[in-house]
Design a protein around this ligand. Structure first.
Ligand code: TYM
Length: 356
């Protein structure tokens, strides 16, 4: 693989089966970049342990995520697929970066606040800037707010900067994390001299924010308590159809993307991200038709798009040897680049070079 090509790095958490949001907002887009970029695609198992999890499930989900990546079109011959914990340097760089990250910046992260709120913790607003300011009252019995959850975006910044990536293709929900990564790269450069490139976010035009089918004001998420909210890429066709036919729509019968029609807008977005038709073209094709017709057509489009992905996944997940060989090659390439960058970072930060 040519080192002259610009580098992209991006990752997903192995917290369960990928959703159609992960697919349309992220992975489908990554698969179009294989020839023009030197691609590093990580499965970030160390991020997944910031929330409650079962070790055996994590191991299974991590390998399954690799198979899902390949099934979705991430060709390992043209990219480097790796598991985060297989590459030395992610947590090391995260430590260095944590030493230049104000705690207040981490407490302001939307995803952190959302995850804290889920555990019953609430950020107390409006006090001093860099202090811990969590109201512990009201937290669920036995719940604690682990510091890994707070540090999550620093580890994510390390994932990106460890490869000195030029760009990071992600869905819209990662925009704020990427901003922090850019700030940290700049801060490191100005503190210790030019070291990191400032990575650019690549956010797709359509599909960047697929919403929940049951509450279209919220992002579709792997961990939604209501399973009908989320389309998983490995859901059987009849399950996909059932979830889509019961998707929440809006008042009024017109099929049109509009702010006051989040349900219909979301279905049109899913259709558009798969079929490539613009929203205007879709609106025109549905004139005189009802919500039932829209849902049926979106179900047809989603099922057809996922059929080859599911067939390929079924083969891959049986072939553990092949998956392991992909991961070995991917980690090898990733580690080469990571060591190079980490060595430079350590030197710049004044650490004594390791004896050879
Ligand atoms: P994760 O695992 O939640 O999601 C993986 C990718 O899918 C995108 N995505 C969506 N896009 C559109 N609509 C949705 N409903 C939707 N849900 C998820 C995400 O934007 C992401 O691109 N913090 C990251 C993982 C991460 C990472 C990184 C990403 C760790 N280190 C370094 C990039 C670079 C996350 O939780 O993604």
């Amino acid at each position: 693989m040519s080192e002259e090509k610009p580098v992209i790095l991006t990752c997903a958490q192995p917290t369960g089966v990928l959703t159609i949001g992960n697919y349309l907002g992220a992975i489908k887009n990554w698969a179009t970049m294989l020839d023009d970029y030197n691609c590093y695609f990580g499965v970030v198992d160390l991020h997944a342990i910031t929330v409650k999890y079962t070790p055996a499930e994590l191991r299974k989900n991590t390998l399954s995520c690799v198979a899902q990546y390949i099934a979705c079109g991430l060709d390992p011959e043209r990219s480097n697929l790796f598991i985060q914990s297989h590459v030395v340097g992610h947590t090391e760089l995260a430590w260095l970066l944590s030493c230049i990250t104000p705690i207040g910046d981490l407490q302001r992260m939307t995803q952190f606040k959302e995850k804290a709120a889920k555990l019953g913790f609430k950020v107390a607003e409006g006090e001093g800037s860099n202090e811990l300011k969590f109201a512990h009252q009201g937290a669920r019995a036995g719940a604690s707010l682990n510091s890994g959850l707070l540090m999550y975006p620093v580890l994510m910044a390390a994932d990106i900067l460890l490869y000195n990536a030029d760009a990071v293709p992600v869905g819209n929900d990662q925009r704020q994390h990427l901003e922090l990564c850019r700030d940290l790269a700049q801060r490191f450069n100005s503190t210790y001299s030019e070291t990191f490139k400032i990575p650019e976010p690549f956010i797709p035009k359509s599909g960047a924010r697929i919403m929940s089918l049951q509450d279209p004001e919220r992002k579709m998420s792997k961990s939604d308590d209501n399973q009908n909210s989320t389309l998983y890429i490995l859901d059987k066709p009849d399950v996909l159809r059932k979830k889509l036919m019961s998707a929440v729509t809006d008042s009024g019968g017109e099929i049109k993307a509009a702010e006051d029609k989040p349900g219909v807008s979301n279905l049109l977005q899913i259709h558009s991200a798969i079929s490539g038709s613009s929203t205007a073209e879709l609106e025109a094709s549905f004139v005189g038709k009802g919500y039932g017709d829209l849902k049926k057509e979106v179900a047809d489009v989603v099922i057809a798009a996922l059929e080859p992905v599911q067939a390929r996944y079924a083969e891959l997940i049986q072939d553990k040897k092949y998956l392991e060989s992909v991961l070995k090659a991917g980690a090898g390439e990733a580690q080469k680049r990571a060591y190079k960058v980490l060595g430079k970072v350590y030197r710049k930060a004044g650490l004594v070079e390791r004896p050879r």
